[in-house]
Design a protein around this ligand. Structure first.
Ligand code: SF4
Length: 340
């Protein structure tokens, strides 16, 4: 690590020590890029039966114990169709897993697709922050989402509005590199900026490079890297300053991470021991990140799933939970850097 020149302030990027729980992989959508999904079981549209992989409390507790230093519990679920009789038990499992996370001294962050007003309000009382990717707008996304009713642009925008109306600190993002144009990316960012000006609840926007799935990671070519760096800089210029810009470090070449930070990225998202969406792309360890970034004068700091500026938005019980977890995080900081 090379020391900074005297008088130079260290620049900082945040990350969230997290563990991902998957309530189910079964999903009624069929997005063109998804390898996380398992198809709905035959008859599931008329049956309330739980899918075979439904995550129960015992297994979830076991997974939490395996990641004792993860303070964020990302609930990342395949979606049940709104009219399915299985929707209610599916949603009850999301509530139960959120309660379990809180009971274990963790903070849940749910990303389970579009929710009704009542569902979102109920989860918002248990989740300090929630998320839903906008994904993007334009014909490239329309093609990929032809079999994904809940990925229609108007559905996603209505969800972001609804979260704003409910005052829920929210994470959204764009999936980049699926064939969209630069202008379409800018249009999507302008839409998010308008939402933020109206509601103020967008705590972070993920700029997620699309990476092909498969047994092994495939490289992101230099031209696409340059293109994404331009988009990061545009996002920083378009979005209000309080909105954090997030880049998943396992989907971006480590040797260009500093350039991404200099272009506007200030958050590396939740880092678990693996990536359930893109398993071929291994997560860097926080310790590796800390060493690499320190060499260029950057510090890494763990954070909660809810960014500090939005903690006052939370209902009192959640605010207390967030404050308690923040204290733990501060005391564990040095250990966090060692956890794989
Ligand atoms: S909604 Fe999510 S889980 Fe379902 S198919 Fe699309 S990307 Fe996969």
């Amino acid at each position: 690590m090379s020391p900074l020149p005297p008088g130079t302030a260290q620049r900082r990027v945040t990350w969230s020590p997290s563990v991902t729980l998957v309530p189910t992989h079964h999903c009624f959508n069929a997005c063109g890029y998804c390898s996380f999904r398992r198809p709905p079981l035959p008859g599931s549209l008329t049956s309330a039966a739980a899918p075979p992989d439904a995550l129960g409390a015992a297994e979830a507790s076991h997974l939490l114990r395996q990641r004792p230093l993860a303070r964020e519990v990302l609930l990342l679920s395949g979606e049940e169709a709104p009219a399915s009789p299985a929707r209610r038990p599916w949603f009850a499992r999301l509530l139960a897993l959120s309660r379990l996370a809180l009971a274990c001294g963790r903070l849940p962050h749910t990303n389970a697709g579009p929710l009704s007003l009542r569902e979102m309000a109920a989860l918002g009382r248990l989740n300090p922050s929630m998320g839903l990717m906008l994904e993007g707008l334009g014909p490239a996304y329309d093609r990929l989402h032809r079999q994904a009713p809940s990925k229609r642009l108007e559905v996603r925008l209505a969800q972001l509005e609804q979260a704003g109306r409910l005052g829920i600190p929210f994470t959204t993002g764009l999936l980049l590199g699926v064939g969209e144009s630069r202008a379409e990316r800018r249009d999507a960012l302008e839409l998010l900026a308008l939402l933020q000006q109206r509601w103020g609840h967008l705590q972070e926007v993920i700029l997620q490079p699309w990476r092909p799935d498969g047994a092994a990671a495939l490289p992101l070519d230099r031209a696409r890297q340059d293109d994404l760096l331009t988009t990061i800089a545009e996002a920083r210029a378009i979005l209000p300053a309080e909105v954090h810009l997030q880049l998943p470090p396992n989907l971006w070449p480590a040797e260009r991470l500093i350039e991404a930070l200099e272009a506007g990225i200030d958050d590396l998202g939740g880092i678990d021991s693996g990536d359930v969406i893109n398993p071929a792309y291994p997560q860097p360890t926080p310790a590796d990140l800390a060493v690499r970034l320190a060499a260029a004068g950057w510090g890494v700091r763990p954070r909660l799933c809810v960014h500090t500026a939005w903690i006052p938005w939370l209902p009192l019980p959640l605010r207390r939970a967030a404050d308690a977890v923040a204290q733990l995080l501060a005391s564990e900081h040095t250990f966090e850097l060692r956890e794989p």
